[in-house]
Write a protein that binds this ligand. Structure first.
Ligand code: SAH
Length: 381
């Protein structure tokens, strides 16, 4: 694969490692993983991508007006300005084209980007989610106001240029509080969600639910996690921080039963639907803080043979880890997008009766500095 050069690299800042050839990026991440986790066990070679471009299935852009022209691109919180970006080397190219079309349509429909200084305007952001496996595409227009008079004409114009769009959603975010999406969502066209296929299972993706952004590497990541878990069909499995239930559902036919716990209500709703559409009967989901769930599970004497955990960047809470040790599963498969907090948590587990058997980094975010690592631990008898 020849290296591609991004025209926005100096201004955008999204791809911190793009000045390095891809194989050097992988070495950089390998060294970092060894530095943080190598004290526990040998670190297997990071699994990179054959084609490390255009992998992002979720693309977002902010809009602004400059000299009468509408610009779209990446919002930078440090300078509070937008770096105009028309096409990005790591994003899905169709999603990028849709964003350009929306930008052109705004002008022809006399809709204006929201201006936080004047508190006037319509469109704050756009979010496009795509599945290249099903070719379904969702467009989420994040607006500052509810009123969208030309909605049906706007959507017709958008669909005529991009027939791959299967659903259009308006999300209303009147008071910006740092989160891109507001509370109110209305479906303007289609079902309000798209579907993707991972490891042979179908998954629903809603506007607000978490979904892995690199589907090729997600299959690699999940494959490795389940290879380590080595399920025999007899186990009770916990999928902690389960998002839309992907790992648990994929693991379900290799386990006796599965429980999933997740904080985000939209993700839990999708997880329940996902179990249904894949006809998975031996799985249940709990909408809860994973730490609280573990406290209750430990108090009730629940038994899990295997725990797969995939917390956000902050890692697991001490409460979660304490109860995990109490629940005493034979195997823990810890997937992390932040090896620093993972190292902290693994240190706790290794002091409380667990041993690290395998460490496998997977490159989920080529060209960026982000590292994903699976650490596999077993109980010392
Ligand atoms: N395993 C899933 C999701 C991983 S991302 C997948 O592969 O798709 C981490 C998930 O943890 C997100 O869905 C997030 O909503 C959830 N989360 C964050 N804090 C949590 C908490 N305290 N308790 C439970 N889930 C939490």
């Amino acid at each position: 694969m020849s290296e591609l050069k991004c025209p926005y690299r100096k201004k955008c800042g999204g791809c911190q490692l793009q000045n390095l050839p891809y194989n050097r990026q992988l070495s950089f991440k390998q060294v970092k993983a060894i530095k943080l986790l190598g004290k526990y066990c040998h670190v297997d070679e990071i699994i990179g991508m054959k084609n490390p471009y255009h992998y992002r299935n979720k693309v977002q852009a902010a809009f602004c007006e400059k000299g009468g022209e509408i610009l779209s691109g990446v919002y930078q919180s440090t300078t509070k300005s937008i770096v105009p970006v028309d096409s990005c080397l790591i994003e899905d190219p169709i999603a990028d084209e849709i964003i350009l079309t929306v930008r052109k349509l705004l002008k022809s429909f006399k809709l204006r980007p929201f201006n936080s200084q004047t508190n006037k305007g319509f469109l704050r952001h756009i979010l496009v989610k795509r599945s290249s496996k099903t070719n379904q595409t969702m467009v989420v227009l994040v607006t500052a106001v509810k009123e969208f008079k030309p909605a049906s004409k706007f959507i017709n114009a958008l669909l005529s240029r991009h027939p791959e769009i299967t659903t259009v959603v308006q999300n209303i975010n009147t008071k910006y509080n740092g989160l891109m999406l507001g509370d109110e969502t209305s479906v303007l066209y289609g079902d309000g969600y798209i579907e993707d296929i991972l490891c042979g299972y179908k998954f629903k993706i809603s506007p607000k639910a978490f979904y892995q952004i690199n589907p090729t590497q997600t299959e690699v990541l999940y494959g490795k996690a389940l290879e380590f878990a080595e399920l025999s069909g007899k186990e009770r499995l916990l999928d902690a921080y389960c998002g839309t239930g992907t790992i648990g559902i994929i693991a379900s036919k290799m386990a006796k039963s599965v429980a999933g716990v997740e904080l985000n209500p939209d993700s839990v709703k999708d997880a329940l639907t996902n179990a249904e559409i894949n006809c998975v009967k031996n799985i249940e989901f709990y909408e809860a803080d994973a730490g609280d769930f573990m406290v209750e599970a430990a108090a009730m004497g629940e038994k899990f043979d295997v725990v797969i955990m995939d917390p956000p960047r902050a890692g697991a809470s001490l409460e979660f880890l304490r109860c995990l040790v109490k629940l005493s599963p034979e195997k823990i498969v810890y997937i992390s997008c932040n090896p620093e907090t993972q190292s902290r948590d693994v240190s706790f587990l290794t002091r409380k009766g667990y041993k690290v058997k395998k460490i496998q980094p997977v490159d989920m975010f080529p060209h960026t500095e982000h590292i994903e690592v699976i650490t596999y631990l077993t109980k010392i008898i």
